[in-house]
Write a protein of this length. Structure first.
Length: 39
């Protein structure tokens, strides 16, 4: 549900101990260790 709330091109910053498994399935690409971009 959260991935639908973020606009295309939007950035998601997560904490150092967090991770998104299967981020591609949620429409994200990984920019760095803690930063994901909605595609």
């Amino acid at each position: 549900k959260f991935s639908k709330a973020l606009n295309s091109g939007g950035l998601l910053f997560i904490g150092a101990t967090e991770s998104i498994y299967g981020y591609k399935n949620f429409g994200f690409e990984k920019l760095s260790t803690f930063i994901y971009k909605k595609i």
